[in-house]
Design a protein around this ligand. Structure first.
Ligand code: AMP
Length: 422
């Protein structure tokens, strides 16, 4: 049997990793400027954590989790980052130590969805959680932070959708309004949505079926049943977004797939063509009840997650900006030892160097150096050793010179104009 990667799980090879690292670095830099600090939680958590926090009647919990049993424990590969972070927040009693916490994370998530372009079974998310503030100021600031992050990545074609799901009382009223609307029309709904009608009618609004969607357009809007406090919160959010000049569109039918949201909800959609059907770049919302439901003190929270694969699809390819590295080619046994010392010195000076340990003949080594992608080749032969020099070839400029051995680092720095040591 030929062994292959698991379906829907991808290798990220070294020649692709530069874009990932750049994306991750920009993410870290952006959120750290807002005071967020990284948290790393286990990839495996007790299954019950996800069942209780994400909600039983969601696609993720119903059919997408990678769950298994080990040492009598029911475990699951995390399908998202919010639940594990909330568990850690509670377990370490962070609420007792500080009134407001800002956490971010980066890492792989697992969902057994049907693989497609932009939809995988192992995928990477970057996300953040803010504990201890009820909003709406911080809600607006978080959405604005995301919009700015996408701008930094050069992703211009984006739409920011916002909605309010209200608090528990509003949700109950809205649930009833949806039942009243959909029950007499249930025969027109897709099979999936008929099932949702019984379990979780809000999820009908999430349906991908065009027929369901047409019906949803006529369904009552949650914004019409918000109570006074929910309404004030939502109006505050929009006013703060206006103050920040963050462009947004109110979409009263935005519900998103996870059950834990209350009040503010948002999603960032790519409007460029490269994403296809999987155009949700990221999203999030407020989940003020989760910590309480996990038996902690009532703590207002808001968070988001972005899909890194989708961000990479939406980003324009950026040229690699490496200063170039040095191919060190020794000719002879003594030269090899000198090459090892020389390469060490180059690295200490911040210059990438690789020693060719494969062969001794110049006519074999030179073509290898030219094809390697190196910017420079440094040849150390018996003659050069005797004279205390090295042969330095600039493979890009097709130039050659013979600096004294002791001045090689300085000479390379001059050529690179200081770039390599930055
Ligand atoms: P969610 O955790 O469902 O709110 O998703 C947040 C973001 O994660 C989405 O907008 C996507 O960008 C990304 N995402 C979710 N599921 C997948 C998946 N199966 N494959 C790739 N990206 C995903």
């Amino acid at each position: 049997m030929e062994l292959r990667a698991v379906k829907g799980m991808n290798d990220i090879l070294p020649d692709e990793i530069g874009r990932w690292q750049r994306l991750e670095a920009i993410f870290r830099r952006t959120v750290e400027l807002y005071g967020y600090r990284e948290v790393r939680t286990p990839i495996v958590e007790p299954t019950q954590l996800f069942v209780r926090s994400i909600g039983e009647a969601t696609d993720v919990v119903e059919k997408e989790m990678y769950s298994f049993q080990r040492h009598d424990n029911e475990l699951t590969l995390r399908p998202e980052g919010t639940a594990g972070a909330a568990r850690a927040y509670l377990e370490h009693k962070i609420h007792a130590r500080e009134p407001v916490s800002r956490w971010y994370y980066l890492g792989p998530m697992f969902r057994g969805e049907r693989p497609a372009k932009g939809r995988y079974r192992q995928f990477y998310q970057a996300g953040a959680e803010l504990y201890g503030e009820a909003g709406p100021l911080c809600d607006a600031e978080m959405i604005d932070m995301l919009a700015r992050f996408l701008q930094q990545l050069g992703i211009e074609q984006v739409e920011v959708l916002v909605n309010s799901l209200g608090g528990p009382a509003t949700r109950l009223r809205y649930r009833q309004a949806l039942l009243d609307f959909f029950t007499p029309r249930s025969a027109q709904l897709s099979e999936d949505s008929q099932r949702r009608l019984e379990k979780n009618p809000l999820r009908i609004l999430d349906s991908k079926s065009p027929h369901d969607q047409a019906l949803c357009a006529e369904a009552p809007s949650i914004l019409d049943v918000l109570d006074d406090e929910d309404r004030a919160h939502f109006d505050g959010l929009l006013a703060h977004l206006d103050a920040l000049k963050t462009p947004y569109r109110v979409d009263p039918r935005l519900v998103r797939g996870l059950d834990y949201y209350t009040r503010t909800l948002f999603e960032l959609r790519g409007t460029g063509g490269e994403l296809g059907a999987q155009n949700a770049l990221g999203g999030g919302g407020r989940y003020d009840r989760m910590i309480g439901e996990l038996h902690g003190p009532e703590t207002p929270c808001i968070g988001f997650a972005l899909g890194l694969e989708r961000l990479l699809l939406a980003m324009a390819p950026a040229p690699e900006t490496s200063p170039g590295w040095v191919y060190v080619a020794p000719l002879g046994a003594e030269a090899q030892r000198e090459a090892l010392r020389l390469a060490s010195e180059l690295r200490s000076a911040g210059i990438e160097a690789r020693v060719d340990g494969r062969g001794q003949k110049l006519n074999r080594m030179l073509p290898r150096a030219s094809n390697s992608g190196a910017r420079f080749c440094v040849i150390v032969g018996e003659g050069e050793l005797a004279r205390g020099v090295v042969a330095l070839k600039d493979l890009q400029a097709h130039a050659q010179e013979e600096p004294p051995r002791a001045q090689l680092v300085q000479r390379l720095r001059e050529i690179l104009g200081g770039e390599a040591t930055r």
